[in-house]
Write a protein that binds this ligand. Structure first.
Ligand code: ACO
Length: 363
């Protein structure tokens, strides 16, 4: 049987973008704790920090925001593409195809910030356009005065969101924008290392993000909470799943062997937003039961709640339909992928690891 190596513990690159400290439970973006950024800064400012290396002053922030919001329009050909894709195609597949379709023309190497900003600004519009098309409703008029996350909610619901909802989504975006060499970021860097274009790198990253072991988890958490339904069922349901060898969605992490700092910060965001709601109380109780059972049935594995667990509660509280959870995660992480794409392009060395052959040799 083949060993499942999973590149665990392998350092594949240096990065100045983020520190993921799995022992101490710390996540740092360019010297700033992510949870502090999430409570004090906007998503736009954090993207600026990742791309430019420092937090913007007022003038830089205004200029960046202005350029960002001017990129919100979708071209006629992109709208046609979004209408022409099969209706049963999922949102992540749609997004992957839409991003891929933007790779046109020459001179796409090295990747540049103008192209990155254009695609980052358009992701909410792409998601919302397709969402309304499938619902036979219409996309609201473009607005340039709203923040990235407020605009996303505005596009989906056709009205300006409550500030508390936009703020909660902003915190979620900040906490999920960047996370070291996770699977989708690694995919983006591998493609960039071949000097391919930014659209190809982002297309690969979206493909990786879609998987249920990575970005697909929040909707699976939602499904898990739905299936548990009532707290009286939780112990039996969870015990049965662990014994059957199933993974509990929203638990476990390759790097964090203590609390995931993002999960803790999102728990607070969820509490502020939906502290009185049945869903939040169910999530809290399921977490506590699951952690006890994991300790009993998987001793020594150090399994804690990961970012996806409370992401599902926050995204549900801001009113997002379940099928848009992973696309929303993508709308934030795409900015982190771009930062890695710029960094990898500077390194400019092809990523090409080795495999150990375990098959037969020729006679
Ligand atoms: N539920 C139950 N058991 C678990 C879980 C879980 N969620 N996660 C790990 N384990 C157990 C495994 O069964 C294994 O037990 P064993 O030693 O008896 O075989 C042990 O812990 C080690 O698990 P691995 O699968 O080897 O851990 P790995 O580092 O490969 O996986 C991963 C990490 C993929 C996140 C895993 O924990 C998982 O599948 N979790 C559920 C999916 C999820 O929530 N994904 C989101 C991750 S965060 C993100 O991507 C943004």
């Amino acid at each position: 049987m083949m060993k499942a190596l999973g590149l665990e513990g392998i350092v594949a690159t240096e990065t100045a973008l983020s520190l993921v400290d799995g022992e101490r439970g710390e996540l740092v973006y360019r010297g700033w704790r992510a949870k502090e950024l999430a409570s004090q800064y906007t998503f736009e400012e954090v993207v600026y920090l990742l791309w430019m290396g420092h937090l913007p002053n007022q003038e830089e922030a205004d200029h960046f925001r202005q350029k960002w919001s001017q990129n919100r329009f979708l071209s006629f050909s992109l709208c046609q593409l979004l209408e022409g894709l099969p209706r049963e195609m999922g949102m992540m597949d749609t997004l992957r195809t839409a991003v891929s379709s933007q790779a046109q023309g020459q001179g796409l190497w090295p990747p540049n910030k103008e192209d990155a900003l254009a695609i980052l600004a358009q992701v909410p519009s792409i998601i919302a356009y397709r969402y309304h098309f499938l619902q036979n409703s219409s996309l609201p008029k473009v607005r340039t005065d709203l923040s990235h996350t407020a605009y996303f909610l505005y596009l989906l619901y056709g009205k300006e969101p409550e500030p508390a909802l936009a703020r909660a989504l902003d915190a979620y975006f900040i906490l999920t924008v960047e996370h070291g060499l996770n699977a989708s970021t690694f995919a983006a860097r591998v493609v960039t290392s071949t000097r391919s274009d930014i659209y190809s790198s982002l297309t690969a990253a979206i493909g990786a993000m879609k998987g249920p072991l990575h970005g697909g988890a929040p909707s699976e958490v939602e499904g898990m909470l739905d299936q548990i339904g009532d707290i009286s069922q939780a112990t039996e349901w969870i015990r049965h799943r662990i014994i059957a060898g199933d993974k509990l969605m929203g638990f476990g992490h390759r790097i964090y062997k203590t609390n995931d700092p993002r999960a803790q910060a999102l728990r607070n965001v969820a509490k502020e937003l939906a502290g009185e709601e049945k869903r939040f109380r169910l999530a809290l109780e399921v977490e506590s039961i699951a952690l006890d059972l994991l300790q009993e049935l998987k001793p020594g594995r150090k399994i804690y709640t990961n970012v996806e667990y409370y992401a599902s509660v926050v995204l549900s509280a801001v009113g997002l339909p379940t099928e848009l959870y992973t696309p929303a995660f993508t709308a934030s992480r795409i900015a982190g992928w771009c930062a890695h794409i710029f960094e990898q392009a500077e390194v400019d060395r092809i990523i090409r690891p080795q495999s150990e052959y375990i098959g037969p040799l020729p006679k």
